[in-house]
Design a protein around this ligand. Structure first.
Ligand code: 7RM
Length: 638
């Protein structure tokens, strides 16, 4: 097959072969051979990868699967992810290598070497200690996209505290729920953030989240000054607000990295599922380090001369794994951009690629589709020749967006690594490496040692080309260990529907070449602009409004966002329907969950379609809204 494909990218049978240049640079040159060796001896594969990292004490047992589904990796090992991400670079040339290149939306630039990062993280680790934070304590982080966000995460990890990053687009109510659920005593935030020309009042949102009635566990708030807007600093009996820079000025730059057991918690991250309450997935120091380090190394083929830009938010699992931990463990230089992709003009991203010579750009289909709307003239204004590899994550990438990204951004020379994975998996699960032939829209095959299988409702494997539920048969080092504080729910959510298997919540198809095609969620989880929401979560926000008796939420296809949220509500008796009320309900969801969750439309209805047993038939609402056939409605109560 030639390097230049001849058919249209919308044809699923088309295959893009890696160029000779890509092959020459690749770390994994023979994917099939590496895969066969890893399959034959999976534990050996992971032991060898783990040995590339530094350990305070070696592990005794690679995998303990005696208490399924609570798997343990590198049991008996003593380590700390910060030792590998920062400390061990201090004695090499990487001490003076850039860890982060930062671009503020207002044009401010910052450059931070591994040596400087080490100093900042040590200082902030001592700040946290000074506030009484000890190993095992939870710290909530709610910040804009500034380097201090990774610094705060790393400082927690360094002293063995568990960070819980809450994405800055969530509302005060959502932040408060996560603070209470995790019982965090310290909250780290910023005065504000600049996003798409607007000022986001992060500190004010925190103040609303921390109201004392009912009681909130936070006693200390640390505020990083980013925008300089006036904020109120509280200092009362139960609550002390501190400026980041004032505490840092008094802290010592010497701080030992805590010795952690492999299975000790590193962080929790809330993600939405099929119930109204987001759950906190827990990741650990040892296995997560090995898994994210390895997947990043092989999939992005990272080298010392690369400049890697993951344009996600650090508040998403993608940012945790591939802005913070994996790039740092690999000694990479990362670019971080504070603001919105099209501010002040639609070529902002492309100017950043050109200015800093970005070699790898990892982003989401929703962002690509958003920028694609502005036309190819914008990227064409900039020299994007530094790029050698592209990446996609968050949802299936449609062939049009794939083709646009490949041609207009990658100059038809950069393979696109379409990485399928989840908050729960810690790192890439179905993904190519650069030498793997690509089919637009497919994440190709499972990563080394991962055993995926598509099954029907009974758990029986579906033959090639058939659609079914995507499950994973084995354990891998990066998997979440539990839902924080609720192991039963972990078992129930992921390991009960198909006994002995991890259920991903996705449906998929495998083609005759063994390539996987993700179709979408099958569990009432919606991906909106790459963010995960449960329909139940939005419904409970709607029902929390005094005018609403019942609500049903569905996702409908949206050109840029992938899905758009549509709500249907039944009002309480005596409440009058009006366009103003419908608008108020949209805003209510934005207040309760966050602006990113604001429904596209809320419709006030007289009745909701239900089954005889009283379950709302969302599927029917969906087909009606799209003008599609209603399908099987034999269970409908009407
Ligand atoms: C990394 C992340 C997980 C869900 C997952 C899928 C969807 C993610 C892809 C994808 C098709 C991809 N974590 N998803 N990546 N679908 N192709 N490359 O997104 O926890 O927020 O969401 O996202 O449905 O189950 S997440």
């Amino acid at each position: 097959m030639s390097d230049t494909p001849s058919k249209s990218a919308t044809d699923h049978s088309i295959v893009y072969q890696p160029s000779a240049l890509v092959r020459a640079r690749a770390r994994i040159t023979d994917w099939d051979a590496t895969n066969a060796a890893a399959d034959a001896a999976p534990l050996k594969f992971w032991e060898e990868r783990a040995a590339e990292l530094g350990w305070f004490r070696n592990w005794d047992q690679t995998l303990d699967d005696s208490n399924k589904p609570f798997f343990k990796w590198f049991v008996g090992g003593v380590c700390n992810i910060v030792h590998n991400a920062i400390d061990r670079h201090q004695v090499t040339y990487r001490k003076n290598k850039l860890a982060y290149i930062w671009q503020g939306e207002d044009g401010t630039e910052r450059f931070m070497s591994y040596g400087e990062l080490h100093r900042e993280v040590s200082l902030f680790a001592n700040v946290l200690k000074g506030l009484g934070v000890v190993k095992g304590d939870r710290v909530t982080i709610y910040m804009g996209r500034v380097i201090e966000l990774p610094i705060a995460m790393l400082a927690c990890a360094k002293i063995g505290a568990i960070h819980s990053v809450v994405y800055g687009g969530f509302s005060d109510a959502a932040l408060r729920g996560r603070i209470i659920d995790s019982n965090s005593k310290v909250l780290v935030t910023c005065d504000g953030a600049f996003v798409s020309g607007k000022h986001i009042d992060l500190k004010e949102i925190c103040d609303r989240a921390l109201i004392s009635d009912p009681p909130c566990p936070v006693t200390d708030v640390v505020v990083y000054k980013r925008t300089g807007r006036a904020v109120t600093m509280y200092d009362s009996e139960g609550r002390h607000d501190h400026w980041w820079h004032e505490l840092m000025a008094k802290a010592s730059p010497v701080c030992a990295t805590e010795q952690m057991g492999s299975e000790d918690p590193l962080f929790i991250l809330y993600t939405s599922g099929s119930t109204g309450k987001p759950k906190a997935l827990l990741h650990t120091h040892g296995g997560y380090s090995v898994y994210t380090y390895t997947t990043f190394r092989y999939v992005f083929d990272i080298q010392d001369d690369d400049r890697f830009w993951c344009a996600a938010d650090p508040g998403w699992i993608t940012g945790h794994s591939y802005i913070v931990y994996a790039p740092l463990m690999n000694g990479a230089t990362s670019v971080m951009y504070e603001g919105g992709p099209s501010y002040p003009a639609p070529d902002r991203w492309w100017s950043i690629v050109a200015k800093y010579g970005v070699t790898i750009l990892y982003t989401a289909p929703t962002a690509i589709r958003g920028l694609m709307r502005f036309g190819a003239a914008h990227p064409a204004k900039h020299d994007l020749s530094s790029l050698r590899l592209l990446g996609s994550v968050g949802e299936p990438i449609n062939p049009e967006a794939w083709k646009w990204f490949y041609e207009n951004i990658g100059g038809s020379r950069c393979p696109i690594m379409d990485t399928w994975w989840q908050t729960e998996t810690g790192g890439f699960m179905i993904t190519p490496t650069p030498v793997v032939p690509l089919k637009p829209g497919s994440g190709t095959r499972p990563f080394f040692t991962i055993k995926a299988e598509i099954v029907d409702e009974t758990g029986a494997p579906v033959p090639a080309e058939g659609e079914g539920f995507l499950t994973i048969l084995n354990s891998w080092p990066g998997m979440a260990r539990t839902i924080y504080g609720d192991p039963d729910r972990y078992k129930e959510t992921y390991w009960s529907r198909f006994p002995g298997r991890y259920f991903t919540g996705d449906s998929a198809r495998m083609d005759a070449d063994g390539y996987y095609w993700i179709i979408g969620r099958v569990d009432d989880v919606l991906k909106v602009s790459g963010y995960r929401f449960g329909t139940a979560e939005i419904e409970s926000a709607l029902v929390s409004h005094p005018a609403v008796a019942e609500a049903a939420v569905i996702g409908l296809p949206h050109e840029v966002r992938g899905n758009a949220i549509y709500g249907y509500v039944l009002l309480r008796s005596g409440v009058m329907a009006s366009p103003e009320l419908a608008e108020e309900l949209r805003n209510h969801v934005a207040r309760m969950v966050g602006p990113i969750a604001k429904p596209e439309r809320v419709e006030i209805v007289d009745k909701l379609p239900k089954t005889r047993s009283g379950k709302i038939m969302r599927r029917l609402l969906k087909s009606r809204a799209q003008g599609l056939p209603e399908g099987d409605i034999s269970t409908l109560e009407e």
